[in-house]
Design a protein around this ligand. Structure first.
Ligand code: PLP
Length: 444
Protein backbone atom coordinates (compact mmCIF):
# COMPACT_ATOMS: atom_id res chain seq x y z
CA UNK A 1 0.00 0.00 0.00
CA UNK A 2 1.32 3.43 -0.90
CA UNK A 3 1.98 5.78 1.99
CA UNK A 4 -0.73 8.28 1.02
CA UNK A 5 -3.26 5.41 0.65
CA UNK A 6 -2.25 4.08 4.09
CA UNK A 7 -2.73 7.50 5.60
CA UNK A 8 -6.19 7.87 4.17
CA UNK A 9 -7.28 4.47 5.67
CA UNK A 10 -5.92 5.42 9.08
CA UNK A 11 -7.61 8.81 8.91
CA UNK A 12 -10.94 7.15 8.12
CA UNK A 13 -10.58 4.85 11.12
CA UNK A 14 -9.99 7.72 13.52
CA UNK A 15 -12.03 10.47 11.93
CA UNK A 16 -15.38 8.80 12.66
CA UNK A 17 -16.18 8.56 8.99
CA UNK A 18 -19.19 6.30 8.57
CA UNK A 19 -18.52 2.77 7.33
CA UNK A 20 -21.27 3.28 4.78
CA UNK A 21 -19.15 6.12 3.33
CA UNK A 22 -15.93 4.11 3.31
CA UNK A 23 -14.86 4.54 6.95
CA UNK A 24 -13.80 1.72 9.26
CA UNK A 25 -16.73 -0.20 10.73
CA UNK A 26 -17.12 -0.38 14.51
CA UNK A 27 -17.05 -4.19 14.29
CA UNK A 28 -16.63 -6.84 11.65
CA UNK A 29 -17.77 -9.95 13.56
CA UNK A 30 -21.55 -10.47 13.32
CA UNK A 31 -23.56 -9.91 16.50
CA UNK A 32 -24.85 -13.09 18.13
CA UNK A 33 -28.15 -14.41 16.83
CA UNK A 34 -31.27 -13.69 18.88
CA UNK A 35 -32.98 -16.84 20.33
CA UNK A 36 -33.01 -15.92 24.07
CA UNK A 37 -33.62 -19.36 25.57
CA UNK A 38 -31.15 -21.14 23.32
CA UNK A 39 -28.13 -19.16 24.51
CA UNK A 40 -28.74 -20.61 27.97
CA UNK A 41 -29.30 -24.13 26.66
CA UNK A 42 -26.76 -26.45 28.23
CA UNK A 43 -25.98 -29.77 29.84
CA UNK A 44 -29.08 -29.52 32.07
CA UNK A 45 -31.49 -29.54 29.11
CA UNK A 46 -29.49 -32.31 27.45
CA UNK A 47 -29.57 -34.45 30.58
CA UNK A 48 -33.30 -33.84 31.06
CA UNK A 49 -33.92 -34.96 27.47
CA UNK A 50 -31.63 -37.98 27.72
CA UNK A 51 -33.16 -39.14 31.00
CA UNK A 52 -36.62 -38.86 29.49
CA UNK A 53 -35.58 -40.76 26.36
CA UNK A 54 -34.10 -43.52 28.54
CA UNK A 55 -37.53 -43.93 30.16
CA UNK A 56 -39.07 -44.33 26.67
CA UNK A 57 -42.22 -42.50 27.78
CA UNK A 58 -42.88 -39.68 25.36
CA UNK A 59 -46.65 -39.32 25.75
CA UNK A 60 -48.35 -37.34 28.51
CA UNK A 61 -50.98 -39.92 29.49
CA UNK A 62 -49.15 -43.24 29.47
CA UNK A 63 -45.86 -45.00 28.78
CA UNK A 64 -43.58 -47.76 29.97
CA UNK A 65 -42.26 -45.56 32.78
CA UNK A 66 -44.47 -42.47 32.81
CA UNK A 67 -42.70 -39.35 34.13
CA UNK A 68 -45.62 -36.88 33.92
CA UNK A 69 -43.32 -34.12 32.66
CA UNK A 70 -46.20 -32.30 30.94
CA UNK A 71 -48.23 -32.27 34.14
CA UNK A 72 -45.18 -31.00 36.02
CA UNK A 73 -44.41 -28.15 33.64
CA UNK A 74 -48.07 -27.11 33.71
CA UNK A 75 -47.97 -26.92 37.52
CA UNK A 76 -44.56 -25.21 37.61
CA UNK A 77 -45.39 -22.66 34.92
CA UNK A 78 -48.70 -21.79 36.62
CA UNK A 79 -46.86 -21.34 39.93
CA UNK A 80 -44.20 -19.16 38.27
CA UNK A 81 -46.88 -16.86 36.85
CA UNK A 82 -49.07 -16.92 39.95
CA UNK A 83 -52.12 -18.36 38.19
CA UNK A 84 -54.37 -21.33 38.91
CA UNK A 85 -54.38 -23.40 35.72
CA UNK A 86 -52.14 -24.13 32.74
CA UNK A 87 -52.59 -26.33 29.68
CA UNK A 88 -49.35 -27.07 27.83
CA UNK A 89 -49.74 -27.20 24.04
CA UNK A 90 -47.59 -27.68 20.95
CA UNK A 91 -47.25 -24.02 19.88
CA UNK A 92 -48.29 -20.45 20.54
CA UNK A 93 -50.62 -20.68 17.55
CA UNK A 94 -52.16 -23.82 19.06
CA UNK A 95 -52.48 -21.94 22.35
CA UNK A 96 -54.41 -19.12 20.64
CA UNK A 97 -56.75 -21.56 18.90
CA UNK A 98 -57.28 -23.47 22.13
CA UNK A 99 -58.06 -20.29 24.07
CA UNK A 100 -60.48 -18.97 21.43
CA UNK A 101 -62.35 -22.30 21.45
CA UNK A 102 -62.53 -22.12 25.25
CA UNK A 103 -63.90 -18.57 24.94
CA UNK A 104 -66.63 -19.79 22.52
CA UNK A 105 -65.51 -17.59 19.63
CA UNK A 106 -67.47 -18.03 16.41
CA UNK A 107 -69.28 -16.38 13.49
CA UNK A 108 -71.13 -13.13 14.16
CA UNK A 109 -68.47 -11.98 16.60
CA UNK A 110 -65.76 -9.35 16.31
CA UNK A 111 -62.46 -9.77 18.12
CA UNK A 112 -60.25 -6.71 18.56
CA UNK A 113 -56.55 -7.21 17.87
CA UNK A 114 -53.65 -4.73 17.75
CA UNK A 115 -52.05 -3.48 14.52
CA UNK A 116 -48.68 -4.82 15.73
CA UNK A 117 -48.92 -8.54 16.51
CA UNK A 118 -48.13 -11.82 14.78
CA UNK A 119 -50.11 -13.46 11.98
CA UNK A 120 -51.20 -16.29 14.29
CA UNK A 121 -53.37 -13.85 16.24
CA UNK A 122 -55.60 -12.98 13.29
CA UNK A 123 -55.33 -16.52 11.94
CA UNK A 124 -56.87 -17.92 15.13
CA UNK A 125 -59.75 -15.41 14.99
CA UNK A 126 -60.48 -16.10 11.32
CA UNK A 127 -60.15 -19.87 11.77
CA UNK A 128 -62.89 -19.65 14.38
CA UNK A 129 -65.21 -17.93 11.92
CA UNK A 130 -65.04 -14.56 13.68
CA UNK A 131 -63.96 -11.20 12.27
CA UNK A 132 -60.79 -9.45 13.42
CA UNK A 133 -60.99 -5.72 14.08
CA UNK A 134 -57.75 -3.77 14.23
CA UNK A 135 -57.00 -1.33 17.03
CA UNK A 136 -54.11 1.06 16.44
CA UNK A 137 -51.05 1.09 18.68
CA UNK A 138 -49.38 3.96 20.54
CA UNK A 139 -45.77 4.66 21.51
CA UNK A 140 -45.75 1.53 23.71
CA UNK A 141 -45.92 -0.34 20.36
CA UNK A 142 -48.84 -2.24 21.85
CA UNK A 143 -52.59 -1.68 21.67
CA UNK A 144 -53.67 1.89 22.45
CA UNK A 145 -56.41 1.72 25.12
CA UNK A 146 -58.15 4.76 23.60
CA UNK A 147 -58.20 3.23 20.12
CA UNK A 148 -59.42 0.00 21.66
CA UNK A 149 -62.35 1.83 23.21
CA UNK A 150 -63.24 3.32 19.82
CA UNK A 151 -63.08 -0.11 18.12
CA UNK A 152 -65.73 -1.67 20.37
CA UNK A 153 -69.13 -2.29 18.70
CA UNK A 154 -72.23 -4.25 19.75
CA UNK A 155 -70.68 -7.23 17.90
CA UNK A 156 -67.44 -7.20 19.87
CA UNK A 157 -66.95 -10.41 21.84
CA UNK A 158 -63.47 -9.87 23.20
CA UNK A 159 -59.99 -8.43 22.95
CA UNK A 160 -56.63 -10.02 22.23
CA UNK A 161 -53.91 -7.80 23.63
CA UNK A 162 -50.38 -8.72 22.54
CA UNK A 163 -47.37 -7.87 24.71
CA UNK A 164 -45.00 -7.14 21.85
CA UNK A 165 -41.25 -7.26 21.42
CA UNK A 166 -40.47 -8.20 25.00
CA UNK A 167 -42.31 -5.45 26.87
CA UNK A 168 -45.81 -5.40 28.37
CA UNK A 169 -48.76 -3.50 26.94
CA UNK A 170 -50.61 -0.88 28.99
CA UNK A 171 -52.50 -3.83 30.37
CA UNK A 172 -54.22 -2.12 33.30
CA UNK A 173 -55.85 0.50 31.06
CA UNK A 174 -56.80 -2.19 28.55
CA UNK A 175 -58.27 -4.38 31.29
CA UNK A 176 -60.33 -1.40 32.46
CA UNK A 177 -61.89 -1.04 28.98
CA UNK A 178 -62.57 -4.79 28.83
CA UNK A 179 -64.23 -4.68 32.25
CA UNK A 180 -66.37 -1.63 31.47
CA UNK A 181 -67.53 -3.10 28.16
CA UNK A 182 -67.94 -6.61 29.59
CA UNK A 183 -65.62 -8.15 27.03
CA UNK A 184 -63.31 -11.07 27.56
CA UNK A 185 -59.61 -10.26 27.53
CA UNK A 186 -56.98 -12.65 26.19
CA UNK A 187 -53.30 -11.77 26.66
CA UNK A 188 -50.89 -13.09 24.03
CA UNK A 189 -47.60 -13.28 25.94
CA UNK A 190 -45.60 -15.18 23.31
CA UNK A 191 -43.05 -12.37 23.06
CA UNK A 192 -43.01 -11.37 26.71
CA UNK A 193 -42.78 -14.56 28.77
CA UNK A 194 -41.69 -13.61 32.29
CA UNK A 195 -42.59 -9.93 31.84
CA UNK A 196 -44.61 -8.07 34.45
CA UNK A 197 -46.39 -4.82 35.32
CA UNK A 198 -46.04 -3.52 38.87
CA UNK A 199 -44.76 -6.91 39.94
CA UNK A 200 -47.67 -8.87 38.45
CA UNK A 201 -46.72 -11.25 35.65
CA UNK A 202 -48.20 -10.72 32.20
CA UNK A 203 -50.66 -13.51 31.51
CA UNK A 204 -52.47 -13.00 34.82
CA UNK A 205 -54.38 -9.79 34.00
CA UNK A 206 -56.99 -11.11 31.57
CA UNK A 207 -59.46 -13.98 31.44
CA UNK A 208 -56.95 -16.17 29.63
CA UNK A 209 -53.42 -15.91 28.29
CA UNK A 210 -51.28 -17.72 25.77
CA UNK A 211 -47.53 -18.33 25.49
CA UNK A 212 -45.20 -19.71 22.84
CA UNK A 213 -42.04 -21.70 23.53
CA UNK A 214 -40.93 -21.59 19.90
CA UNK A 215 -37.20 -21.32 19.23
CA UNK A 216 -37.03 -17.50 19.30
CA UNK A 217 -38.75 -17.04 22.66
CA UNK A 218 -37.50 -16.20 26.16
CA UNK A 219 -37.73 -19.89 27.11
CA UNK A 220 -37.89 -22.58 24.49
CA UNK A 221 -38.16 -26.22 23.55
CA UNK A 222 -37.99 -25.44 19.83
CA UNK A 223 -41.78 -25.64 19.57
CA UNK A 224 -44.35 -25.48 22.35
CA UNK A 225 -46.88 -23.25 24.02
CA UNK A 226 -49.22 -22.84 26.95
CA UNK A 227 -52.70 -21.55 27.80
CA UNK A 228 -53.32 -20.22 31.32
CA UNK A 229 -56.33 -18.98 33.26
CA UNK A 230 -57.69 -18.51 36.75
CA UNK A 231 -61.14 -19.63 35.61
CA UNK A 232 -61.78 -23.33 36.20
CA UNK A 233 -64.50 -23.55 33.55
CA UNK A 234 -62.28 -21.95 30.88
CA UNK A 235 -59.45 -24.24 31.94
CA UNK A 236 -61.59 -27.32 31.44
CA UNK A 237 -62.84 -26.06 28.07
CA UNK A 238 -59.25 -25.27 27.02
CA UNK A 239 -58.15 -28.71 28.13
CA UNK A 240 -60.94 -30.26 26.07
CA UNK A 241 -60.13 -28.15 23.00
CA UNK A 242 -56.40 -28.90 23.03
CA UNK A 243 -56.98 -32.63 23.28
CA UNK A 244 -59.93 -34.71 22.06
CA UNK A 245 -62.76 -32.25 22.54
CA UNK A 246 -63.77 -33.48 26.00
CA UNK A 247 -62.64 -32.29 29.39
CA UNK A 248 -61.25 -34.75 31.91
CA UNK A 249 -62.21 -35.35 35.52
CA UNK A 250 -59.76 -35.50 38.46
CA UNK A 251 -58.81 -39.08 37.63
CA UNK A 252 -58.23 -38.27 33.96
CA UNK A 253 -61.44 -39.86 32.64
CA UNK A 254 -63.13 -38.08 29.73
CA UNK A 255 -66.37 -36.26 30.62
CA UNK A 256 -69.07 -36.94 27.99
CA UNK A 257 -72.22 -35.71 29.72
CA UNK A 258 -71.57 -31.98 30.12
CA UNK A 259 -72.54 -30.01 26.96
CA UNK A 260 -70.44 -27.04 28.11
CA UNK A 261 -67.37 -29.26 28.13
CA UNK A 262 -68.01 -30.93 24.78
CA UNK A 263 -65.96 -29.13 22.13
CA UNK A 264 -64.08 -30.32 19.06
CA UNK A 265 -60.54 -31.39 19.80
CA UNK A 266 -57.64 -29.85 17.92
CA UNK A 267 -54.82 -32.21 18.83
CA UNK A 268 -52.38 -29.75 20.40
CA UNK A 269 -51.10 -32.01 23.22
CA UNK A 270 -47.52 -31.30 24.26
CA UNK A 271 -45.13 -34.27 24.40
CA UNK A 272 -43.04 -35.33 27.39
CA UNK A 273 -39.68 -34.62 25.78
CA UNK A 274 -40.38 -30.95 25.19
CA UNK A 275 -41.95 -30.67 28.64
CA UNK A 276 -38.76 -32.05 30.23
CA UNK A 277 -36.68 -29.44 28.38
CA UNK A 278 -39.10 -26.64 29.30
CA UNK A 279 -38.88 -27.51 32.99
CA UNK A 280 -35.15 -26.76 32.87
CA UNK A 281 -35.61 -23.63 30.77
CA UNK A 282 -38.16 -22.28 33.25
CA UNK A 283 -35.55 -22.41 36.04
CA UNK A 284 -33.24 -20.32 33.82
CA UNK A 285 -35.85 -17.81 32.63
CA UNK A 286 -35.16 -15.17 35.31
CA UNK A 287 -31.43 -15.20 34.46
CA UNK A 288 -32.13 -15.02 30.72
CA UNK A 289 -34.38 -12.01 31.22
CA UNK A 290 -31.94 -10.33 33.60
CA UNK A 291 -29.17 -10.62 31.02
CA UNK A 292 -31.24 -9.10 28.21
CA UNK A 293 -32.65 -6.37 30.43
CA UNK A 294 -29.18 -5.37 31.63
CA UNK A 295 -27.86 -5.14 28.07
CA UNK A 296 -30.90 -3.29 26.77
CA UNK A 297 -31.01 -0.69 29.53
CA UNK A 298 -27.31 -0.02 29.31
CA UNK A 299 -27.80 0.79 25.61
CA UNK A 300 -31.06 2.70 26.20
CA UNK A 301 -29.43 4.79 28.89
CA UNK A 302 -26.67 5.85 26.47
CA UNK A 303 -29.20 6.68 23.74
CA UNK A 304 -31.22 8.96 26.00
CA UNK A 305 -28.77 11.79 25.37
CA UNK A 306 -29.57 11.95 21.65
CA UNK A 307 -32.46 14.28 20.78
CA UNK A 308 -32.57 12.75 17.26
CA UNK A 309 -33.93 9.48 18.57
CA UNK A 310 -37.03 8.63 20.59
CA UNK A 311 -37.09 5.48 22.65
CA UNK A 312 -40.10 3.19 22.86
CA UNK A 313 -42.31 4.01 25.85
CA UNK A 314 -41.97 1.19 28.35
CA UNK A 315 -44.98 0.74 30.63
CA UNK A 316 -42.88 -0.73 33.46
CA UNK A 317 -39.11 -0.99 32.87
CA UNK A 318 -38.80 -3.42 35.78
CA UNK A 319 -41.12 -5.79 33.95
CA UNK A 320 -39.53 -5.48 30.50
CA UNK A 321 -37.96 -8.78 29.40
CA UNK A 322 -35.46 -6.84 27.30
CA UNK A 323 -35.30 -8.94 24.13
CA UNK A 324 -35.75 -6.03 21.71
CA UNK A 325 -34.78 -2.37 21.53
CA UNK A 326 -36.97 -0.09 19.43
CA UNK A 327 -35.79 3.38 18.41
CA UNK A 328 -37.91 5.89 16.49
CA UNK A 329 -36.76 8.73 14.21
CA UNK A 330 -38.41 11.92 12.96
CA UNK A 331 -39.15 10.52 9.49
CA UNK A 332 -38.92 7.35 7.39
CA UNK A 333 -35.90 8.59 5.45
CA UNK A 334 -33.87 9.10 8.63
CA UNK A 335 -34.85 5.67 9.94
CA UNK A 336 -33.69 4.05 6.68
CA UNK A 337 -30.49 6.01 6.72
CA UNK A 338 -29.67 5.20 10.35
CA UNK A 339 -30.50 1.53 9.80
CA UNK A 340 -28.27 1.20 6.74
CA UNK A 341 -25.46 3.07 8.48
CA UNK A 342 -25.73 0.93 11.64
CA UNK A 343 -25.67 -2.25 9.60
CA UNK A 344 -22.59 -1.03 7.76
CA UNK A 345 -20.96 -0.41 11.16
CA UNK A 346 -21.43 -4.15 11.85
CA UNK A 347 -24.56 -3.94 13.99
CA UNK A 348 -26.07 -6.96 12.29
CA UNK A 349 -26.20 -10.71 12.77
CA UNK A 350 -25.53 -13.44 10.26
CA UNK A 351 -28.10 -13.79 7.43
CA UNK A 352 -30.34 -16.07 9.55
CA UNK A 353 -31.00 -13.32 12.08
CA UNK A 354 -33.32 -10.37 11.78
CA UNK A 355 -31.38 -8.39 14.30
CA UNK A 356 -31.60 -4.85 13.04
CA UNK A 357 -34.31 -3.75 10.61
CA UNK A 358 -36.74 -0.96 9.88
CA UNK A 359 -40.05 -2.21 11.20
CA UNK A 360 -41.92 -2.09 7.87
CA UNK A 361 -39.70 -5.09 7.01
CA UNK A 362 -40.74 -6.96 10.17
CA UNK A 363 -42.78 -9.46 8.16
CA UNK A 364 -46.03 -10.85 9.49
CA UNK A 365 -45.88 -8.75 12.66
CA UNK A 366 -47.17 -5.77 10.65
CA UNK A 367 -50.91 -5.95 9.91
CA UNK A 368 -50.61 -4.58 6.39
CA UNK A 369 -47.94 -7.18 5.51
CA UNK A 370 -50.39 -10.02 6.23
CA UNK A 371 -51.54 -10.67 2.66
CA UNK A 372 -54.29 -13.10 3.69
CA UNK A 373 -55.75 -10.49 6.05
CA UNK A 374 -55.55 -7.66 3.55
CA UNK A 375 -56.99 -9.93 0.83
CA UNK A 376 -59.51 -11.58 3.18
CA UNK A 377 -58.66 -15.02 1.87
CA UNK A 378 -60.59 -18.11 2.86
CA UNK A 379 -59.66 -21.74 3.39
CA UNK A 380 -62.79 -23.13 1.74
CA UNK A 381 -62.61 -20.95 -1.35
CA UNK A 382 -66.17 -19.83 -0.66
CA UNK A 383 -65.37 -16.85 1.48
CA UNK A 384 -65.31 -18.34 4.99
CA UNK A 385 -65.61 -16.54 7.35
CA UNK A 386 -65.87 -13.16 5.66
CA UNK A 387 -68.95 -14.00 3.61
CA UNK A 388 -70.93 -15.89 6.23
CA UNK A 389 -74.40 -14.34 6.69
CA UNK A 390 -73.65 -13.86 10.43
CA UNK A 391 -70.62 -11.77 9.49
CA UNK A 392 -72.37 -9.59 6.92
CA UNK A 393 -71.02 -6.04 7.09
CA UNK A 394 -68.42 -6.83 9.77
CA UNK A 395 -65.25 -7.18 7.68
CA UNK A 396 -63.03 -4.08 7.55
CA UNK A 397 -60.37 -2.77 5.27
CA UNK A 398 -57.09 -4.18 6.57
CA UNK A 399 -54.71 -2.57 4.08
CA UNK A 400 -52.10 0.05 4.89
CA UNK A 401 -53.82 3.16 6.16
CA UNK A 402 -56.20 1.27 8.45
CA UNK A 403 -53.97 2.08 11.45
CA UNK A 404 -52.13 5.35 10.73
CA UNK A 405 -50.21 5.57 14.00
CA UNK A 406 -48.82 2.08 13.49
CA UNK A 407 -48.01 2.88 9.84
CA UNK A 408 -46.06 5.94 10.87
CA UNK A 409 -44.26 4.19 13.75
CA UNK A 410 -43.31 1.18 11.60
CA UNK A 411 -41.69 3.29 8.88
CA UNK A 412 -39.88 5.54 11.36
CA UNK A 413 -38.64 2.84 13.77
CA UNK A 414 -35.81 0.36 13.91
CA UNK A 415 -36.04 -2.88 15.88
CA UNK A 416 -32.81 -4.35 17.23
CA UNK A 417 -32.75 -7.79 18.85
CA UNK A 418 -30.94 -7.95 22.18
CA UNK A 419 -29.58 -11.50 22.45
CA UNK A 420 -29.27 -13.04 25.91
CA UNK A 421 -25.52 -13.51 25.48
CA UNK A 422 -24.33 -9.98 24.65
CA UNK A 423 -21.00 -9.19 26.27
CA UNK A 424 -20.08 -5.75 27.61
CA UNK A 425 -17.90 -5.39 24.55
CA UNK A 426 -20.87 -6.16 22.22
CA UNK A 427 -22.99 -3.62 24.11
CA UNK A 428 -20.16 -1.09 23.82
CA UNK A 429 -19.99 -1.65 20.05
CA UNK A 430 -23.74 -1.08 19.70
CA UNK A 431 -23.54 2.13 21.72
CA UNK A 432 -20.51 3.40 19.77
CA UNK A 433 -22.17 2.60 16.45
CA UNK A 434 -25.32 4.51 17.43
CA UNK A 435 -23.11 7.33 18.69
CA UNK A 436 -21.22 7.53 15.42
CA UNK A 437 -24.31 7.28 13.20
CA UNK A 438 -26.51 9.65 15.20
CA UNK A 439 -23.73 12.20 15.41
CA UNK A 440 -23.56 12.22 11.62
CA UNK A 441 -27.22 13.20 11.21
CA UNK A 442 -27.78 16.78 10.10
CA UNK A 443 -28.90 19.05 12.94
CA UNK A 444 -32.63 19.66 12.81
C1 PLP B 1 -47.14 -12.59 19.46
C2 PLP B 1 -47.09 -14.00 18.99
N1 PLP B 1 -48.20 -14.76 19.10
C3 PLP B 1 -48.21 -16.04 18.71
C4 PLP B 1 -47.10 -16.64 18.17
C5 PLP B 1 -47.19 -18.03 17.66
O1 PLP B 1 -46.33 -18.90 18.32
P1 PLP B 1 -45.82 -20.24 17.61
O2 PLP B 1 -44.78 -19.87 16.63
O3 PLP B 1 -45.29 -21.04 18.75
O4 PLP B 1 -47.02 -20.87 16.98
C6 PLP B 1 -45.92 -15.89 18.06
C7 PLP B 1 -44.70 -16.53 17.49
O5 PLP B 1 -43.80 -15.95 17.04
C8 PLP B 1 -45.92 -14.54 18.46
O6 PLP B 1 -44.83 -13.77 18.34
Amino acid sequence: MKTDQKHSVEEKATSGELAIEGGKPIRTAPLPLEFPGIHYFGEEEIQAAVQLLKRRSLFRYYGVDLQKEVEKIEAEFAKFLGISHAVAVTSGTGALNTALSALSVGPGQEVIVPAYMWVSVVAAVVSHGAIPVLADINDTFCMDPMKLEKAVTPKTAGIIVVHMSGAPADIKAIRRVAGERRLWLLEDCAQCCGGSVDGQKVGTFGDMATFSFQMNKNMTSGEGGCVVTNDFRLYRRAFAAHDLGYARDESGRLIFDDPDLSLWGQGYRLDELRAAILRVQLTKLPRIIEHMRRSKYRIRHELEKFPQVRLRKIVDPEGDTGCFLITTYPDAETAQRVNKALRAEGIVTSPQGTSNIVMTDWGLHVYSNIASLVGKTSVDGRGFPWKLPENAGLARDYGKGACPVADSLFERSIILAIPSCLTESDEGDIVRAFDKVLDSLPAR
